[in-house]
Design a binder for this molecule. Structure first.
Ligand code: NCD
Length: 313
C-alpha cells in the first residue's frame, strides 16, 4: 500500500488528521526496529541536506534530529545561533532565505516565538519542520510520546492520559492535547492555579488543580517542567516547595490513584525531585522516559522520510 502525505511541512499537530498521525507512527515503528539493529543506517535521504536552525538552547531535540537525518544517510548542518538577537522580521527571514538558497532539503527550526515555522514555510523551497515554537506546538515530541504510549498500551484510543505541570506555557502539552484527542484518548490536564490553560476545554479536555483527581485511573501520567523562561515577570509563580508538596509525582501518589500498570513520561529536561521523585524516574516498572528519547529518533526519521520522499510504502 502506498499512501501519500498531503503536507509539505510539519508545522503542528493541529492540522494533521488521525490517519496522517497514524501513518507517521507506523513508519516510526519500523525505524525503531532499524535503530536497534547493530547496523542502523539506511539510504532514504542519501544526497539530501538537512539544516538545524535552533534559536533556543537544545541538546536532546537537536541531537535527535541530527542522528535521525544521519541514520537515513543525509548530510546535516547545525547553524550555531544560540544567543542570536535576530527576531521575526526581515533580518530573520533573510537568514532563512540565505540558507534556503543553498538548495537545502529540510529546515528544522526551533524558536521562542509562536508561529515562526508557519511564517517562514510559504517563503522557502525546503521542507520546514517545527522543533518547538514558543508556547505553541512541538509536534515531534507529541508523536514520540504517542509512539511510546502505543508500544506500552497497544493503542491510544480509550486511554486516560493525565498531563501534569505548567500546562499554560507548554508546547508539549498543546501538541499532545491535539494528538491524543484526535486519536481518541481521554486527556486531563492538572495544573496549579495560574498555570492552567482555559483553551483546552474546547478540545473536551478536563482541567483540574487537584493531582489526585487528575491522575485517577490514568493509564499514563505525563509530567512537565515549570517553563520559567516562558513566564513573564508579572505572572504568578508557585514556589518550588509548594509545587513539590502538591504536584510532585511519587510512587505513593501514583499507585494510590492511577491504574496499577500506569506509565510515567517526561519530555525532559527533568528537574529530578521537583516534577518527579528520583526513585520513580529510575523505576523501569513505570518510567518510560528513556524510551521516549529512543522513540524521538525513530519519529524524526519518519517525519523526514515522509516529508522528503512524499510517500510511504
Ligand atoms: C520540551 C520543549 O523544549 O518544549 N523539551 C523537549 O523538547 N524535550 C520541554 C521543556 O523544555 O520543558
Amino acid at each position: 500500500m502506498t499512501l501519500s502525505f498531503p503536507h509539505r511541512h510539519l508545522l503542528d499537530i493541529e492540522r494533521l488528521s488521525a490517519t496522517e498521525i497514524e501513518l507517521l507512527l507506523d513508519r516510526a515503528a519500523q525505524f525503531a526496529l532499524q535503530n536497534r539493529r547493530p547496523h542502523k543506517k539506511s539510504t532514504q535521504l542519501q544526497g539530501r541536506t538537512v539544516v538545524n536552525l535552533f534559536y533556543e538552547n537544545s541538546t536532546r531535540t537537536r541531537t535527535s534530529f541530527e542522528i535521525a537525518a544521519k541514520r537515513l544517510g543525509a548530510d546535516v548542518v547545525n547553524v550555531p545561533l544560540e544567543h542570536s538577537s535576530v527576531a521575526k522580521g526581515e533580518t530573520f527571514l533573510d537568514t532563512v532565505l540565505t540558507l534556503d538558497a543553498m538548495q537545502i532539503d529540510a529546515l528544522v527550526i526551533r524558536h521562542n516565538e509562536e508561529g515562526i515555522p508557519q511564517f517562514i514555510a510559504p517563503h522557502v523551497k525546503a521542507h520546514v519542520i517545527n522543533a518547538g515554537d514558543g508556547k505553541h506546538e512541538h509536534p515531534t515530541q507529541a508523536l514520540l510520546d504517542a509512539l511510546t504510549l502505543r508500544r506500552h498500551k497497544g493503542k491510544i484510543a480509550g486511554l486516560i492520559v493525565a498531563i501534569c505541570g505548567d500546562v499554560a506555557h507548554s508546547r508539549v502539552a498543546r501538541s499532545n492535547a491535539h494528538l491524543l484527542t484526535k486519536l481518541g484518548a481521554m486527556v486531563r490536564m492538572i495544573a496549579p492555579a495560574g498555570y492552567a490553560q482555559a483553551n483546552f476545554t474546547k478540545l473536551g479536555i478536563e482541567c483540574t488543580d487537584d493531582l489526585a483527581k487528575g491522575i485517577k485511573d490514568a493509564d499514563a501520567v505525563m509530567t512537565l517542567r515549570i517553563q520559567h523562561e516562558r513566564i513573564g515577570g508579572l505572572e504568578q509563580t508557585i514556589s518550588q516547595d509548594d509545587y513539590v508538596r502538591d504536584y510532585r509525582i511519587d510512587h505513593h501518589r501514583l499507585l494510590r490513584h492511577a491504574k496499577p500498570d500506569v506509565i510515567v513520561m517526561h519530555p525532559g529536561p527533568t528537574n529530578r525531585g521537583v516534577e518527579i521523585t528520583d526513585e520513580l524516574f529510575e523505576d523501569p516498572a513505570h518510567s518510560v522516559v528513556r524510551e521516549q528519547v529512543e522513540m524521538g529518533v525513530a519519529v524524526r526519521m519518519a517525519v523526514l522520510d515522509v516529508l522528503l520522499n512524499g510517500t510511504v510504502s
